[in-house]
Design a binder for this molecule. Structure first.
Ligand code: GDP
Length: 543
């Protein structure tokens, strides 16, 4: 297969959803259809029973949530699918957000009884900002659902995306029998089989005009679906592939993941209408060792030289090995094991020998990878999130956005005897981006102010300090909920001249950029009102 063909058949996606909508179940069913696992249920069993790649830490086991992301690769209908799992817990958003930078499309799972939920909305926003195609699966149609037309309306009004149903449910809850495919005008009737969804569900495909089939459906469901379909034909958005690719229209599928209903239609439709790896933009940067800054340009996926960026770092996934894996999204060229690339942030040359593909707990050595693929590089303590690895020194990616912190706390070593291990551990976790740290004036001595999108990240820090560095730590509350960067201004030379409400503090980030911390929205508004010349930003200014 030529490189162009290898790239064209790749699909790299993440499933996004609110917890409990059915992401894990759908993932498991995709693997079943991709023949990656023979009996669906193994992902789930592992989720419940013991630590695996996607549930590798004690905290996850205790809470039954998945904190770290897994990359699953399988083949289906000639496509090589890279499925990136995203942690679903609301507290763990930053990691989830970063994973979304590595995908070319997203699949949004919605609980048909609940509609668009809070976490779905946040994740959707991140995908929309990137402009990637977003497909929708309305799950749990085997249970009483909300009116499907109302659900479509909610997608449009709450998320602001055109919703174009590719298929339409026949029946609702106990009477859910199948879907009508609007593109090929066929009915797909599902059969419930014994085995709790462990096997692929048989499907009968027929024309809607087929009387024998119509006789099998209950008259009420058929009448309701016919009426709704007529409304959609008249007033709905026609399917428009260009709009889908632009991220402006979401193709909508209905089904029930647990029963395997509609899963294959979704997978096929997604692979057909989604996009192969898209080119990434290289930014203009001064790269160590190069005489002049690199220039900004789009890097074609077919560019001959290898390039990719680190979007996630996961340490000590396997307690037996105590190692560290940097996940890299390949953006151009061909990755081969043992190749030599430049780590652009430091300008150093590194040999990529320990490359892996991960599948659950299993690791498989990767000898070759193409744009769209995700590889896990073991070791390499010098790699940080966002770093570019490449054979072409003019390429420098800047793909990882930052997200405003919303929770703050002081962290300190719990025992002087462990202080050294504590410091080494914290430095590593900060480099991985598990949390961010800031310097604040008048902080309690020997503490570090840490900040995150959700409090679970703090627990992860404490847990990992203990488990991996044998250092107990103490967390104490810090009173802020908002952080802003301040644009440089002469008045910052004398902070006492700045009028602030009580509880507001000044500090700086690790690049010495000035920041200001606010206990609440009101104190922020007051600051802006009293100091209009000081410009505040929710995210750091360009370094
Ligand atoms: P996640 O938190 O989004 O990964 O959701 P899970 O896949 O863990 O599913 C949450 C719950 O919904 C589990 O108890 C599933 O068995 C159940 N579930 C998933 N899909 C369906 C479905 O199609 N129908 C019904 N009735 N339940 C489902």
């Amino acid at each position: 297969m030529s490189p162009a063909q290898q790239i064209a058949r790749r699909r790299t996606l993440a499933i996004i959803s609110h917890p409990d909508a059915g992401k894990t179940t759908l993932t498991e069913k995709f693997l079943l259809y991709g023949n990656a696992i023979h009996l669906a249920g193994s992902v789930k069993d592992r989720k419940a029973a013991r630590a695996t790649t996607s549930d590798w830490m004690e905290i996850e086991k205790q809470r039954g949530i998945s904190i770290s992301s897994t990359v699953l690769q399988f083949e289906y209908a000639g496509c090589a699918v890279n499925l990136l799992d995203t942690p679903g817990h609301k507290d763990f958003s930053e990691d989830t957000y970063r994973v979304l930078t590595a995908v070319d499309a997203a699949l949004m799972v919605i609980d048909a009884a609940k509609g668009v939920e809070a976490q779905t909305r946040k994740l959707f926003e991140v995908c929309r900002r990137r402009g990637v195609p977003i497909f929708t699966f309305i799950n749990k149609c085997d249970r009483p659902t909300r009116d499907p037309l109302e659900l479509l309306d909610e997608l449009e009004t709450v998320l602001g995306i055109q919703a174009s149903p590719v298929n339409w449910p026949l029946g609702n809850g106990p009477t859910f029998r199948g879907v009508y495919d609007r593109l090929d005008a066929q009915l797909h009737l599902f059969e419930r089989v014994a085995g709790g969804g462990a096997y692929k569900a048989p499907v009968k495909v027929a024309s809607i005009e087929d009387d024998a089939i119509r006789a099998q459906l209950d008259a009420h469901s058929l009448a309701a679906a016919t009426e709704q379909l007529a409304m959609l034909d008249g007033a709905g958005h026609a399917f428009d592939l260009a709009q889908v690719h632009a991220g402006a229209q979401s193709p909508v599928y209905f089904g029930s993941a647990i029963n395997n209903f509609g899963v294959e239609l979704l997978l096929r439709g997604f692979l057909r209408d989604s996009v192969p790896p898209a080119p990434r933009r290289s930014v203009s940067r001064h790269v160590p060792g190069l005489p002049a800054p690199t220039s900004a340009a789009e890097v074609p996926v077919t560019h001959e030289r290898f390039s990719g960026f680190v979007f996630k770092i996961q340490a000590n996934m396997d307690p037996k090995h105590r190692d560290r894996i940097a996940f890299v999204r390949v953006c151009s060229g061909r990755f081969t094991r043992d190749m030599t690339v430049t780590h652009q942030r430091t300008g150093k040359t590194v040999r990529l020998s320990s490359s892996h593909k991960l599948f659950g707990q299993e690791r498989e050595t990767v000898d070759e990878a193409w744009p769209g693929d995700i590889i896990g590089l073991v070791g390499h303590g010098e790699f940080g999130i966002g770093d570019t690895l490449t054979e072409d020194r003019s390429i420098f990616y800047d793909e990882i956005p930052r997200f405003p912190s919303e929770v703050f706390a002081y962290l300190s070593s719990a025992s002087p005897a462990e202080a050294k291990k504590y410091r080494a551990g914290l430095a590593q976790l900060l480099q991985e981006g598990v949390v961010q740290s800031f310097h604040v004036r008048n902080a309690p001595s020997d503490t570090t102010l840490i900040a995150a999108v959700g409090t679970l990240q703090f627990e992860v820090v404490q847990h990992r300090l203990r488990a991996e560095y044998k250092a107990d730590s103490r967390l104490s509350p810090a009173p802020w909920t908002l952080l802003r960067w301040i644009e440089p201004h002469p008045r910052l030379a004398d902070l006492s001249s700045i009028v602030v409400a009580s509880g507001v503090s000044f500090g700086h980030d690790k690049f010495e950029q000035p920041i200001v911390l606010f206990p609440n929205e009101w104190t922020l508004n007051y600051f802006e009102e009293k100091n209009p010349e000081l410009k505040l930003h929710a995210l750091p200014l360009e370094q």
